[in-house]
Design a protein around this ligand. Structure first.
Ligand code: PLP
Length: 417
């Protein structure tokens, strides 16, 4: 029985593991399963492969291998950088933005509960950052500034080189969450001048469960996961060897596919976006057109609920999302779009399409064939649509409240089921 075709437009959530990456990791599941810390040959040879992978990941960001610490995921890398800065500086303030991934926002909230202070910088309506405001917000007790390189929901790219320069001028550590960037934009830590940088392998065609934290040489470091002496004492826990080897292979491939992401994938994204914006009325792109990741578009469809759009797209095999996969199921509008001042109703009708190297022109055609009909169908029955025939006495707020109640009870039912 053949699998139904999946039209995958959610590459910012996770990516398909590249066949070359699967091939690279299989020997480390089948034959070379020794512990890389063991002294005998069977372990030592595995250790050698971990170091080769470290070299490939370091090359991806123009770092030295020693500056790369493998972790379990991007979330751990972000948490570790901030934790380390607080520990090594003894300061208590963290400066970040309102549009970070929950890996930062929720960690920041946890730190606040422990007595630290966290400032979440606002963004402009196009998702960009006011650097003057950032500079003004650095305080004498600021331990670290953590600003994402590119936003996972809108693709908007922040000027990290300038952020790092401001941090240096103030003597403050600088971290960037670059989880969405590899393979899409060139990353050069020397040029960026950051002290810490996070990556996650599953965003670049490698498996879930492995990430890395770049720690600039000579930066003081306090480990987050404390245990054995693995990763030169920076992260306890036996290395996830097959995943690390996979990460290394994916890093090599990501450097090779950079051009394709910026030409073919960008052209597909632009065709999808331009077609939607010109052929489907009452649509608008969320976030600046540039600088932006070449694979991401986030579009608001007025008078519909994104969750309904996603459900109907799913019925024709199309996978995309209404925001971060880590916040799926939440009834609140995206915190990123809210921070940009997108009205709640518009935010709730916003859909993110994130493309990748495996997408084809035919797949984009498939979306464009089904999407207009789906949006029209939902608008025809939408109580949010002022053009709806029953809407002479239209009360937007009441309709929205009713809709929220319906969604909440549907969700409660789903949870109890
Ligand atoms: C910008 C960003 N940071 C961090 C993460 C978390 O990465 P991980 O899933 O590896 O913990 C994600 C994942 O979606 C992300 O998009």
């Amino acid at each position: 029985m053949s699998e139904p075709k999946v039209y995958y437009f959610d590459n910012n959530a996770t990516t398909r593991i590249a066949p070359e990456v699967v091939d690279a990791m299989i020997p480390f599941l089948r034959e070379f399963w020794g512990n890389p810390s063991s002294a005998y040959q069977f372990g030592a040879q595995v250790h050698g492969h971990v170091e080769v992978a470290r070299g490939h990941v370091a090359a991806l960001i123009n770092a030295e291998p020693k500056e790369v610490t493998f972790t379990s995921c991007g979330t751990e890398s972000n948490n570790s950088a901030i934790h380390s800065a607080l520990r090594t500086t003894g300061k208590r303030h963290v400066l970040t933005t309102k549009v970070e991934h929950s890996a930062n926002i929720n960690y920041g909230e946890a730190l606040e509960r422990q007595g630290h202070e966290v400032t979440y910088l606002p963004v402009e309506s196009d998702g960009s950052l006011d650097l003057h405001r950032l500079e003004q917000s650095i305080r004498p007790d600021t331990a670290i500034v953590s600003v994402m390189y590119a936003n996972n929901e809108t693709g908007v790219v922040f000027p990290i080189e300038e952020v790092a320069a401001i941090c240096r001028s103030k003597g403050v550590l600088c971290h960037t969450d670059a989880v969405q960037v590899p393979g899409k934009l060139k990353i050069d830590v020397r040029q960026l001048g950051v002290d810490f940088l996070s990556l996650s392998a599953h965003k670049l065609h490698a498996p879930k469960g492995v990430g890395m934290l770049y720690v600039k040489r000579r930066t003081k470091y306090a480990p987050y996961v404390i245990g054995g002496h693995q990763e030169r004492g920076r992260r306890g826990g036996t290395e996830s060897v097959a995943n690390i080897v996979a990460f290394g292979r994916a890093a090599e491939l990501a450097m090779a596919t950079l051009t394709e992401e910026n030409t073919r994938v960008r052209a597909l994204r632009d065709r999808l976006e331009n077609w939607i914006l010109t052929h489907i009325p009452n649509t608008i792109r969320n976030g600046a057109k540039e600088p932006r990741l070449p694979n991401t578009t986030n579009i608001a469809f007025d008078f519909v609920e994104a969750e309904a759009v996603l459900m109907l797209l799913d019925q024709v095999g199309i996978c995309c999302s209404s925001g971060s996969a880590c916040t799926t199921g939440s009834l609140d509008p995206s915190h990123v779009l809210s921070a940009m001042g997108v009205p709640a109703m518009r935010a709730r009708g916003s859909v993110r399409f994130s493309l990748g190297i495996y997408n084809t022109g035919e797949e984009v055609d498939h979306v464009l064939e089904h999407l207009p009909r789906i949006i029209q169908r939902l608008r025809d029955i939408s109580p949010l649509n002022p053009g709806h025939p029953d809407n002479d006495q239209y009360d937007v707020e009441a309709a929205r409240r009713k809709h929220e109640e319906d969604l909440a009870s549907a969700q409660a039912e789903a949870i109890s089921a």
